[in-house]
Design a protein around this ligand. Sequence first.
Ligand code: HEC
Length: 135
Amino acid sequence: MRVAKHIARFIVPLALAACDSPPADLREWRPSDHNNASREDLGGGSAPSDVLSNARALWASQCVACHGREGRGDGTQTAVRPPDMTAAAFQQSHSDEQLALSISRGKNGTMPAFSSLRPEAIQSLVALVRSFAAR
Ligand code: HEC
C-alpha cells in the first residue's frame, strides 16, 4: 500500500507533465498533406494528362497518316477519306463503345483493325478522339 502510494505520487505528476506539452512533431493535419500520396497509394492509376499523352504518341505513329494530326480526316495514306472527328455530328453519332469497337475491329475494310492494342490503349485513343471535338 505504501509502495503504491509512492508510485502514484511519482507517476501522476509525470503523466500530467507529458500532457502539458505535446510532442514537437505533432501538428494539425493540413490539406497539403493529402498531396503527398504517391500514385501507387492511389491504386496506380494514371492522371488524365498522361493518358492523353500516351494516346497522342500512338496517334502520331499509327493513325495520323490517314486521320490527320487533329482528326480532320486529312491524312494522305487512305483512298477513302476518314470522317472529320472535330465535327459535332461525328461526335454525337458515336458512343464511346462504338469508337472502341471500330478501333479494335476496324471498319468497312478501310479502317484497319488494331486488335493487338491493349484495352487501356484503346480507351485512351477514344479519349483522344473525344478531345478532337471542336470547342
Ligand atoms: C489506313 C488508314 C487508316 C488508319 C491507319 C487508321 N484509320 Fe481510322 N479510319 C479510317 C477510315 C477510312 C475510316 C472511315 C471508315 C468508315 O466509316 O467507313 C476510319 C474510321 C475511324 C473511326 C470512326 C469509326 C466509326 O465507328 O465510325 C475511328 C474512331 C478511327 N478510325 C480511329 C482510328 C485510330 C485510333 C487509328 C490509329 C490507332 C486509326 N483510326 C487508324 C482509316 C484509317
